[in-house]
Structure formats: C-alpha cells, structure tokens
Design a protein around this ligand. Structure first.
Ligand SMILES: Nc1ncnc2c1ncn2[C@@H]1O[C@H](COP(=O)(O)OP(=O)(O)OP(=O)(O)O)[C@@H](O)[C@H]1O
Ligand SMILES: [Mg+2]
Length: 465
C-alpha cells in the first residue's frame, strides 16, 4: 500500500472512503495507492479526533537481562551466574520482527503461549523499556511523549473499580481524561456515546464487580475497558487478548466493535488466542510469531494459501487459527508437511525442524518484501508527520484531578463499606463481642487478665465451630 499526500500529488481519486474522521479522509486511487486528505480543523477541538497513524516496525528485538535493578541483588545474581559458569542470563524474547499496519486496519498478533505477543504489543505501544533494538515509527516519526495520548492500551487484566457502575466508570474517566476545553455536558455526552457504541445500555447501572463482588459479565467488562480507552479517541488502539474468557458469539460481537473502531480511522492491533474462523476472517493483517520470530506477516486471508504453497496442508477440516497455531508450535499431526521435513519419527525433532524451516522461509521469501514496502514505497505525508508531534489538548490540572479522584474514591469506598452484607457482618460481630463482655467481672487487673484469656478462647472456639 502506498500513501501519498493530497497536497503532494494532485490525482483524481477513483474511490473515496469516508473513514469517519472529523478531519481526514482516505482516497483509493489506482494500483492500491491510498491518499490521505486532512482538512483544517476549525472546530475548536483541534487535534481531538483520531489522527491517521501508520505504524511500521523493522527488525525489532527485545532482550531481558536477568539482572535485577536492585544493585545488591544484581551483584549477587552476577556472582552466582559466574560461579555456575553461565554465559550470561540474558533472555532473547523478540528476535527481529518486521511489519506495518495503517488506519482502518486490524493487525492480529498470533502465536503460541510465550512466543512474545504481549511483549511486542507493549513495545509497539511504548510501554516497554530496556534492551530494545530495531526501528519503530509512527507516521515515519519515532515514539515521542506527544503520542501517549493518541494511544489506547487495553491490558489483558483490566483494572476497573468493582464498586462503581459502568456509567460512573466512564463518566469519571471522561472528567479525568478529556480536555478542559470541553464542557461538563460534552463530557457526559461523550460517555453516553461510548455506552451506546459499545452496547452497554443494559448494564450501565450495574456495578463492574470483581472477585468478591458480583457484577457485569466478562464481555461487558471487556467492553467497559475498551470504552475507558476509546473515550479519548485514540488513533492507535492496542488490545491484549480482548476475547479471552468470552464465548464465540460474544467474541465475534466484540470483534465487530473493533472493526467499527478501525473503520472510523483508527489503527487496531490485538493479540488473540485461537479465534474462531468467523473472527479470523475479520482481521486485515496477521503476524504469526513462533519463539520470538515471525513465520508469517501479511494479509490474514492469504496466510493459508502461503503455508499450502510451502507444503503445509491440513489433512482434515480445521479452523485456520488452529492450523496456524499448530504449525507455529511445530505440531504437525493431521497436517501434511514438505518432503524435506519428512523421514524422522522423533516428534520433537520434527517440531524443531518445522519451526526452523518456517522461520527461514519467512526470512527469505516474505521479509524482504515487507522491508521494501516499509521503507521504500510507504511515506507518510509531511502533514501527518507534523500532526503526530503536536500534543493533544490539555486535560484537567492537578487540583481538578484531585477533586475528581476524591469523589471517585469516596463513591467507591462508601459502597464497599455500606454494602448490606458487610454492614450486617460488622454489626453482628460487634453485638457478639459486646455480649461476651457484658456484665464481666473486671474489677481488678488480675480479673481483667483472666477475662481476656477466657474471651479469647471463646472467640477461637466460635471461629472453629
Ligand atoms: N519481565 C520478564 N522477565 C522475564 N521473562 C519475561 C518477562 N516478560 C516476558 N518474559 C518472557 O518472555 C516470553 C514472552 O512473553 P509474552 O508475555 O510476550 O508471551 P505471550 O506470547 O504473550 O504469551 P501468552 O499467550 O501466554 O500471553 C515468555 O517466555 C515470558 O516468560
Ligand atoms: Mg500474552
């Protein structure tokens, strides 16, 4: 896909797609070329809508040094590893990953557990530091602080307040995170729009809940977490396994929501574990990782064709993601493999051979094309490169934030303390202890000591009973 600025080249567009952006539109012209037109934003909410962001990454590597940040621990670990004659306790997690994704697209990161999906997601989302190598650019500019507010990150374990309702969660978030230029009414309307967009109307007054508190369902919880992030209209949305724990219908509903978010001009990147076929075909791009290395990157629909061209064909009917995960782990039961890999009966040996073969094939067949596409044909227009460096609108100052946070904490805590069950438990225990001490003989110090011993034993017995 090539990107040209409308200002740079005046061609009449063959197809124009309204991407739903307040200030941008994509024009499809000949040969798959996409032009981006950005109109001047006079709405007063300058820089607020999602800005088209083209994310490119090349030869991304990530290593974890086993040594601790604590200098004492680090010294001990280093001495211990030297004593054990270890070459170093460095863990190479990502080993040179290349790819790209643009606005309107969903990139799925797939691979077996421990292959490095979450690590790559965090790295691309600017949430990782340490030994990072390679190049990651956003509209051909490196990561900068101005990007923070254009990125939404939905982690696998969401951190929502269990005693707040869905509506309260979103309204408090709107007051905290939306620009000061927006009025209270506008912030309320924004939260309302998100509730409608994510079909959360039915549970808007239900508590979010948690381990001990009953609350909304898993799917509603995921949607609330997504709502929390898209409140500020991020241009780049990262999601770590948004469908895990959901049934296939709820998962595909969630994917439809992500599709709509992408259609509105956002760039969506998500890790996913074995999606159903229906979900798999909703992805535009796929990055399949095996042991920290790519074995496929490109159009999700073409992935099966690519592997069959290499000689990997399912022998029985299989869900595409099941097949892809099988070959990413080198597990080729019910899958025919190329002749060069046949001949061994040792399953472990076959697994190692398959993974190595696929990694090499990607390096020789697909990666050169990816790199060519990344840095020779794709160039983000200057306007986009500059826009990404402009900070989004200012949010509330620390005094306002303090007030909003205090209100939120008060609402949350008061619900917890005034919980009917908890309240009756507290009253019950207080009455019981009161009765225990009622009319006790505590005239002298010795009598008081005796009573304390007696009462403690009684309480222990009660607890055991
Ligand atoms: N801080 C860390 N310290 C040590 N090892 C780490 C750290 N973070 C990640 N790893 C290791 O890096 C590898 C990749 O981890 P990552 O979480 O990216 O895997 P994943 O593909 O997301 O797996 P899953 O599908 O189970 O979520 C794992 O082997 C993990 O143990
Ligand atoms: Mg993960």
């Amino acid at each position: 896909m090539e990107i040209r600025s409308v200002e740079e080249e005046q061609q009449s567009p063959a197809v124009t797609a309204n991407v739903g952006l307040p200030n941008a539109a994509l024009h499809q012209v000949n040969d798959g070329v996409v032009e981006i037109e950005i109109e001047q934003d006079d709405s007063g909410t300058c820089g607020y809508g999602p800005l088209p962001i083209f994310l490119k990454f090349e030869d991304v590597e990530y290593k974890i040094n086993g040594s601790s940040r604590n200098p004492v621990k680090a010294a001990i670990t280093s001495v211990a590893s030297r004593l054990r004659m270890e070459q170093g306790n460095c863990k190479h997690i990502l080993k040179g990953i290349t790819g790209n994704v643009g606005p309107g697209q969903i990139l799925a990161l797939m691979g077996p557990s421990g292959s490095g999906k979450t690590t790559l997601l965090k790295l691309l989302g600017g949430r990782l530091d340490g030994d990072i190598r390679g190049k990651v650019t956003y509209n051909d500019t490196p990561y900068g602080p101005s990007l923070k507010r254009r990125i939404g990150f939905v982690a696998q374990d969401d951190v929502l307040f269990p005693h707040l309702t869905v509506e309260e969660t979103l309204v408090f978030a709107a007051f905290l995170r939306l620009p000061t230029e927006m009025s209270r009414k506008e912030k309320h309307l924004r939260a309302e729009r998100i509730i409608k967009e994510l079909s959360l109307e039915r549970c808007r007054h239900t508590r979010v809940g948690g381990v001990l508190v009953k609350g909304i369902s898993g799917g509603e919880r995921k949607r609330t977490s997504i709502g929390y992030e898209i409140l500020v209209d991020p241009s780049l949305l990262f999601l770590d396994e948004p469908t895990s724990g959901l049934d296939s219908t709820s998962a595909s509903k969630l994917l439809v929501i992500l599709r709509n978010l992408a259609k509105a001009g956002r760039t969506v990147i998500t890790t996913i574990h074995q999606p159903s076929s229906r979900i798999f075909y909703m992805f535009d791009k796929l990055l399949l990782i095996s042991e920290g290395q790519t074995i496929y990157h490109g159009n999700a629909r073409e992935s099966m064709h690519y592997f069959s061209s290499l000689g990997f064909v399912p022998e029985i009917a299989m869900n595409p993601s099941e097949f892809l995960l099988d070959i990413a782990t080198g597990h080729v039961k019910d899958i025919s493999i190329p002749e060069t890999l046949q001949g061994s009966t040792d399953l472990q040996e076959i697994e190692v051979k398959v993974i190595k073969f696929l990694q090499c094939k990607y390096k020789t067949d697909l990666e050169p094309r990816e790199k060519e596409e990344n840095y020779h044909s794709v160039k983000a227009p200057m306007k986009l490169q500059l826009s990404i460096q402009i900070k989004k609108d200012r949010t509330s100052n620390w005094v306002e934030q303090f007030i909003i946070l205090s209100k939120r904490t008060f609402r949350e805590r008061s619900r917890d303390y005034l919980d009917k069950l908890r309240f009756s438990q507290t009253v019950g225990v207080a009455v019981l202890l009161g009765l225990l001490w009622w009319k006790s003989n505590i005239g002298t110090e010795a009598q008081l000591r005796d009573q304390v011993v007696n009462k403690t034993q009684t309480v222990r017995l009660l607890l055991l009973a």
